[in-house]
Design a protein around this ligand. Structure first.
Ligand code: USQ
Length: 355
């Protein structure tokens, strides 16, 4: 387990905290060792430090590296130039250092990298799983699916995907790109084993994701903040499926030279549908507010995604219709004193570079 604590620093910078308090790195690692009986080696360092990356790979000698070490919020990347540059530098160069580290220390290592469904954007054609068979002027080729992402953050992951595909093609590395949709939920069977293992539950308008925010807003008696018409549609998945997908990818590695892409989502929903669902399930009054959309995105569009790769490996999705959104309400109730209401409203505008 390796961390540079960047996520904790964004909290300090933005003056917010996860709704559920997060223990420090060492405490969480020790708690996991206690409940699982498995030794967890910890490293503190930064993927931007190539010497550190190489030294860690040489010492730990992994079979697979699960790489989640990226700045992951679209609004954060759109605050201003510095945040856009930081996001792309941190994400793209960190991944590049890791690719070089793997190639130079042990090219057998399987890189499992967190991408995003947002790399594709919302094209007016079916979204395939990473690759597209193209016929052009009578000739055919298999190309990386063309990308039309919606923020400098999402673009950083597009750049990563291209760098990874290149490394697989040129050096014969093996990599899996997990193009993940929007995650909802806060607990997995693993984190539920001990309160010290609790994972983040972000509610603020920069890092909080849509369904989690709607659940929190409902409990707090705040209006659900639908941006624009709410006709924008996204791929979603339950947090329990997130961890299951990583397990499946690691236990079924890509071949040498293969750049494998999985669309890690289980269902699509429009934002309006999600708001209606929360309003329906919450046992009290809920108001839905349509705010002017701070982002630039298509309000209504076609969205049809292929996502069979992980199911073929054995994923059995937790679907939203069977999931107890209700089970999230008590977690919010317990922690609602930690919420700073002024952090709920979106202030980062896509069209205003100074924000
Ligand atoms: N939205 C609202 N109201 C809100 C928050 C969001 O209407 O209060 C809308 C946004 O306009 C957008 C959609 O909900 O159309 C999703 O926004 P989000 O903030 O939940 O998700 P996004 O910015 O796309 O990013 C999140 C994660 C990111 C991950 C991505 C997967 O922060 O790390 O890569 O989901 S995906 O959306 O498939 O690109």
């Amino acid at each position: 387990m390796l961390d540079n604590f960047a996520r904790r620093k964004y909290d300090e910078e933005l003056g917010v905290q996860s709704l559920v308090a997060i223990e420090d790195f060492e405490t969480r690692a020790a708690a996991w060792e206690e409940v699982s009986g498995k030794k967890l080696q910890t490293y503190v360092g930064d993927l931007l430090d190539a010497d550190f990356v190489y030294a860690t790979l040489r010492e730990f000698r992994p079979d697979a590296v699960v790489h989640f070490a990226e700045q992951r919020a679209a609004p954060y990347s759109m605050i201003d130039r510095q945040h856009a540059v930081y996001t792309q530098q941190n994400n793209v160069i960190g991944t590049l250092n890791l690719l070089y580290g793997i190639q130079e220390t042990n090219p057998e290592i399987h890189l499992v990298k967190l991408g995003t469904m947002g790399e594709y954007g919302t094209p007016n054609i079916d979204i395939e799983e990473g690759w597209l068979e193209v016929e052009h002027n009578g000739r055919k080729d298999r190309m990386l699916y063309p990308k039309k992402p919606g923020s400098f953050y999402h673009l950083s992951k597009v750049h990563d995907s291209h760098n990874m595909e290149f490394a697989c093609r040129i050096w014969g590395l093996r990599a899996t790109d997990l193009n993940q949709g929007i995650v909802y939920g806060q607990q997995t069977p693993q984190t539920a084993l001990d309160p010290r293992l609790a994972t983040r539950f972000d509610y603020d308008a920069v890092f909080g994701t849509v369904l989690n925010r709607f659940v929190i807003q409902a409990v707090l008696g705040q209006p659900l903040t639908v941006y624009g018409t709410g006709g924008q549609t996204r791929g979603m998945l339950d947090i329990r499926d997130t961890v299951e997908c990583i397990r499946l990818a690691v236990e079924n590695p890509a071949d040498r030279g293969e750049f494998r892409v999985f669309n890690q989502m289980t269902e699509s929903f429009s934002v309006k549908h999600l708001a209606d669902l929360v309003a329906e399930r919450f046992p009290g009054p809920v108001q839905i507010e349509h705010l002017e959309n701070p982002r630039v995105e298509l309000p209504e569009h076609y969205y049809n995604v292929k996502h069979t790769g992980l199911v073929e490996l054995g994923l059995q999705p937790h679907l939203l219709s069977d999931t107890l959104i209700e089970s999230m309400f008590p977690i919010v109730e317990e922690n609602k004193h930690r919420v700073e209401l002024d952090k709920m409203l979106p202030r980062v505008r896509w069209t205003n570079p100074k924000n």
